[in-house]
Design a binder for this molecule. Structure first.
Ligand SMILES: C[S@@+](CC[C@H](N)C(=O)[O-])C[C@H]1O[C@@H](n2cnc3c(N)ncnc32)[C@H](O)[C@@H]1O
Length: 232
């Protein structure tokens, strides 16, 4: 099988991800080989037609940088009434998510291998999403790396426009400095209202599964910071 290429957009010089050539496990490779055609989005460049991709009309949730797909698959399984679009660049993570989707026989999940910036800024129709998540984005901790952070005013503006009125945006991180950066940018976006009040973090939402990744952070003494916004 030809594995899904990283699709879309001009490849910008500043990327929010590192294209690690992580090895695929046997399970991930098998999931990609046998089930990419069911779960992968092979859309042509240009606007994504979500009704066509999911084969129905339903509330739509976007997971930006789905990683190994733990949260995406668990929540999609709990909410068959919603459709979940995961965007990820890292092939082993995509294989892992598809593996989970197959095991849980999910019908409401699709994954796109693409740069989320390009998708959000150029390929999603205005007011096409009911909810979006950016959970534990790469922190790019060193000062000289801050420019690589996924969350910047341009991206947040574009994401706000993709949300329906009163649609929700949820973010989480275990890096305090990044949490403050995300809050400042989202609080400054006129299309978003901080549901906890400007300048405040939100309580941890009960729907967000405690992933291995978050558990490890907690063990290292990193508390988690949540943010919740509504599209005004
Ligand atoms: C630290 S992981 C978190 C994964 C997951 N959200 C979670 O909570 O476990 C961040 C993920 O975002 C992905 N990522 C970073 N920038 C991206 C981009 N521009 N487009 C798509 N995925 C991206 C990375 O490949 C990585 O898998």
């Amino acid at each position: 099988m030809n594995f899904p290429e990283l699709s879309g957009g001009p490849h910008r010089s500043i990327r929010s991800y590192e294209l690690r050539q992580g090895r695929l496990t046997r399970g991930q490779r098998r999931a990609l080989e046998l089930h990419w055609h069911e779960y992968g989005v092979n859309a042509p460049p240009g606007m994504l037609e979500l009704d066509r991709i999911f084969g129905r009309r339903a509330p739509r949730v976007l997971d930006v940088g789905s990683g190994m797909g733990e949260s995406t698959a668990a929540i999609a399984d709990q909410h068959p009434e919603n459709d979940y679009l995961a965007i990820e660049v890292h092939l082993p993570g995509i294989g892992a998510l598809i593996r989970r989707a197959v095991l849980a026989r999910l019908r409401n999940l699709r994954v796109l291998r693409a740069d989320a910036k390009d998708v959000i800024c150029n390929r999603l129709a205005p007011a096409s999403l009911d909810e979006a998540w950016i959970l534990f984005p790469d922190p790019w901790v060193k000062r000289r790396q801050h420019k690589r952070r996924l969350i910047n005013p341009e991206l947040v503006r574009a994401l706000a426009l993709c949300l329906k009125p009163n649609g929700r945006l949820f973010l989480a991180t275990d890096w305090e400095d990044l949490a403050g950066h995300m809050r400042a940018i989202c609080d400054g976006e006129p299309g978003l209202q901080n549901l906890a009040g400007t300048g405040h973090f939100a309580p941890r939402p009960a729907w967000r599964p405690l992933t291995k990744f978050e558990q490890r952070g907690l063990r290292l003494g990193h508390p988690t910071f949540d943010l919740a916004y509504a599209r005004t």
